[in-house]
Write a protein that binds this ligand. Structure first.
Ligand SMILES: Cc1ncc(COP(=O)(O)O)c(C=O)c1O
Length: 391
């Protein structure tokens, strides 16, 4: 068995890499450790390069259809990893999940309809609603015993005769929750009863931590299966989001046909040669890399938890159950809004996502990306400790 080296420091500067090359534009300075955009500073798995290299040996990169076994391979992966077997005919290619959110809003709602999101949540959820002229409705998450929970009393009130969609982040970004089965069932039943379709963004699904398992929303009950749209992708878990590859799973034929027709008429139902090859490759050969990567990330998360508890207790990490993002509760520092963000940029010199971008409930939080060598995490923690001590 090959052991992968996640300690390796790789210079990403000058590659058009958003995380590094957009520091000046985003933070107003290049002089900070970038721990924001949700991709990894780890080498993308070898099997991706092997597959792409093999394809490049052929001298023509012409129009190319999806490999015949594409969805069979993806469905097998989902069965083995998540214990749910989607049928191949439920699945279709999607050119990115963020675009897919916007498509769902356009297809399943009319201008003025209400779409519910559960902040603090991945900011494109908000944009997909607002930029399409629909009404954004917040059903904020609540912190209960140190974890984010859904507020069903609030949701019951927020689902009105005008609500058409709820966009679910499962697992949740930035909260790191793997939603438990009873929460998903309750959500499914309530939404089905009110005629609301759930769009379940499951891009972080493959990255459950600590022996936990992700539960696909559509798998939990009949109501969930029949009133949902699921989006999945290997792009985030295998560190290849630059390839742009994802897919939908929609068991309900009525919903599926509507989205498929939209994609077809917009000529958005196909990807690129390398994305096809890479997706097949990781689902067939990527498991070992993924599991080693997750064990390494768990080590980084444990380090953050230990270090902050011992040396910077004013910052309290919300420990993720999935993925590599740690939402830091910085409210104990006594700084707010721009002051907090400025302090971390100018004094700590670590670039993180400002919690406010994720909507209500994100104030006072920063999102730290720990998918990087441990030495980078150590450096970020040292900088936090030093800057806070001398404040
Ligand atoms: C919840 C969630 N959805 C979607 C994406 C991005 O999806 P894509 O790159 O396929 O557009 C991210 C990236 O951070 C994410 O966290």
């Amino acid at each position: 068995m090959k052991t992968y080296d996640f300690d390796e420091q790789i210079d990403r500067c000058g590659t058009g890499c958003v995380k590094y090359d957009q520091r000046q534009a985003t933070f107003g300075t290049d002089d900070l450790l970038p721990m924001w955009v949700a991709d990894m500073d780890f080498r993308t798995p070898d099997c991706v390069f092997d597959a792409i290299r093999r394809r490049m040996e052929h001298p023509i990169l012409g129009y190319t259809s999806l490999p015949a076994d594409y969805f069979r391979v993806a469905a097998r992966w989902i069965t083995e990893r998540h214990g749910w077997t989607p049928r191949e005919e439920w699945m279709g290619f999607l050119p990115g999940i963020v675009p897919g959110l916007s498509f769902a809003v356009q297809v399943f709602t009319e201008p003025g309809d209400e779409v519910v999101v559960q902040p603090p949540v991945y900011h494109p959820f908000l944009h997909s609603v607002e930029r399409n002229g629909r009404t954004l409705v917040f059903n904020p998450l609540r912190i209960v015993d140190g974890r984010w929970e859904m507020d069903f009393d609030d949701l019951e009130r927020k689902l009105t005769g005008h609500t058409r969609l709820l966009i679910l982040c499962n697992p949740h970004n930035p909260g790191g929750r793997l939603w438990p089965r009873d929460t998903l069932v309750r959500l499914a039943r309530l939404c089905a009863e009110r005629g609301v379709t759930v769009v379940s963004d499951e891009i972080h699904a493959d990255m459950a931590l600590g022996g936990r398992r992700h539960i696909p929303f559509a798998s939990v009950c009949d109501e969930a299966r029949d009133h949902s749209i699921t989006y999945m992708s290997p792009s985030k878990s295998f560190n290849m989001p630059g390839l742009i590859t994802s897919y939908y799973i929609i068991p309900n034929p009525g919903l599926r046909n509507r989205l498929a027709a939209f994609l077809e008429k917009s000529e958005l139902n196909g990807g690129n040669i390398f994305a096809y090859e890479a997706t097949r490759a990781v689902y067939l050969h990527g498991r070992e890399w993924l599991d080693q990567m997750l064990a390494y990330v768990q080590g980084n998360i444990d380090l953050v938890a230990r270090f902050l508890a011992e040396r910077v207790p004013a910052i309290r990490p919300m420990l993720p159950e999935a993925s590599f993002l740690v939402f830091l509760d910085c409210r104990g520092l006594g700084m707010e809004g721009d002051d907090l963000q400025r302090f971390f940029i100018e004094r700590v010199k670590v670039g993180m996502n400002d919690g406010r971008m994720f909507g209500p409930g994100g104030e006072g939080f920063l999102r730290l990306n720990v998918a990087c060598p441990r030495s980078t995490v150590e450096e970020a923690l040292r900088r936090m400790e030093a800057a806070i001590a001398e404040r």
